[in-house]
Design a protein around this ligand. Structure first.
Ligand SMILES: *Cc1c(COP(=O)(O)O)cnc(C)c1O
Length: 361
């Protein structure tokens, strides 16, 4: 049973990626693997806008999100919380036994850089975590402005999650001074789940060198040591790396600027649909995500009925809201390989579904 995914992750995977993933595997210490690993590195660095290494982790994003804390937080971490994933990061920091403070926002409220400055000015922190694009609330935080503030505190290592915004728009890691930028495979990159990518600055590695309890599986220094040989610390998910190589070819064939422009254009189409129905995004429009739309269910539509109808009649899926805003919001993804045609088709099918269910708006 397969149906087309417009949920904000996992998203639709292209046939070419699935096909690449059927390439027979080889030993992860073989020259063939080294060649594969090194072949994706230059394009990954281009996509991360970085001169630092880009590491491949066989885990979902959470592995690296937790690992980064274990590698980098010596004194205290500031977790900026404004949605399901960023709230959870605070919980994970505590579960790792880290001293953790938080700035807490209502879901859908963007991060205010002034709050970050006030909190970091206490001098209590040596690390900060935040999410560029909160997938649960469809909120895109002002990354450049937040990073400008974080850079005022040279002792603070920044860990930024770009799981649902990576390659959707330009995130110039080095220029912004982001120490650790991480993403996962199954959202903005439109690969199947099971792999995370991250790039870490020299500063981040220096901090890791000072920490004793980094563990093994997510030890940044193990990643660096193996990276230098064109390898990963443990046996990686080789089929996903084949998929990644195929995806990078597609991305660079389209061109980065064209890819960024396509996401903005498709996102604007969803926004036009939202306006046409007298609806609103959960965050203020200026902070609405470019890769998905989290829409307030202002007309109290029966979302499970809409979703069941879409699946039954059109073989596709949107999302009925995440966590505590389930039912109060719904989400439509435009990330990955979507086109004008696929988004227009979805929005038309949504309209037909609304009509079929007797909603007139
Ligand atoms: C999905 C998501 C995660 C967690 O990803 P997993 O693949 O489940 O580990 C983290 N952050 C953001 C912003 C996400 O959207």
């Amino acid at each position: 049973m397969s149906y087309k995914l417009f949920i904000p992750g996992p998203v639709e995977v292209s046939p070419s990626v699935y096909k690449a993933m059927t390439t027979p595997v080889f030993g992860h210490r073989s020259p063939d693997f080294v060649e594969l690993y090194q072949s994706v590195q230059p394009r990954l660095q281009q996509l991360f806008f970085t001169g630092d290494p880009v590491y491949i982790s066989t885990s979902s994003a959470w592995g690296v999100m937790e690992g980064a804390l274990r590698n980098l937080t010596e004194k205290k971490v500031l977790n900026i919380c404004s949605g399901a994933f960023s709230d959870k990061w605070h919980d994970v920091a505590k579960r790792c036994g880290k001293d953790a403070g938080a700035i807490k926002y209502d879901w859908g409220t963007p991060i205010d850089p002034e709050d970050v400055r006030r909190e970091l000015s206490t001098g209590a922190y040596d690390t900060v975590t935040f999410i560029h694009n909160e997938t649960s609330t469809g909120t895109m935080n002002p990354l450049a402005e937040i990073m400008a503030v974080v850079r005022e505190f040279p002792e603070v290592i920044s860990i930024v999650d770009s799981v649902s915004s990576f390659s959707v728009l330009k995130i110039p890691k080095d220029e912004l001074g982001i120490d650790v930028l991480l993403t996962g495979s199954q959202k903005a990159l439109a690969l199947p789940p099971g792999m995370a990518l991250f790039s870490a600055s020299p500063r981040a590695h220096e901090r890791a060198e000072k920490l004793a309890d980094r563990g093994y599986y997510f030890d940044f220094l193990e990643f660096r040591k193996n990276h230098e040989k064109g390898m990963t610390p443990s046996t990686p998910v080789i089929p996903l790396i084949f998929g990644l190589r195929a995806k990078l070819e597609e991305i660079f064939e389209e061109g980065l600027d064209a890819r960024f422009e396509r996401h903005a254009r498709l996102n604007a189409k969803v926004h036009a649909w939202i306006d046409r129905h007298g609806l609103e995004t959960l965050p203020p429009r200026a902070f609405a995500s470019k890769s998905l739309s989290c829409v307030k269910n202002l007309h109290e539509w029966d979302l499970p009925a809409i979703i069941a109808h879409l699946k039954e009649h059109y073989n596709c899926a949107i999302d009925a809201g995440y966590g505590k805003i389930k039912g109060k919001t719904f989400r439509i993804s435009n990330m990955g390989d979507e086109t004008d045609e696929t988004m227009e088709t979805l929005l038309r099918q949504l309209d037909e579904t609304l009509a079929a269910l007797g909603y007139t708006s």
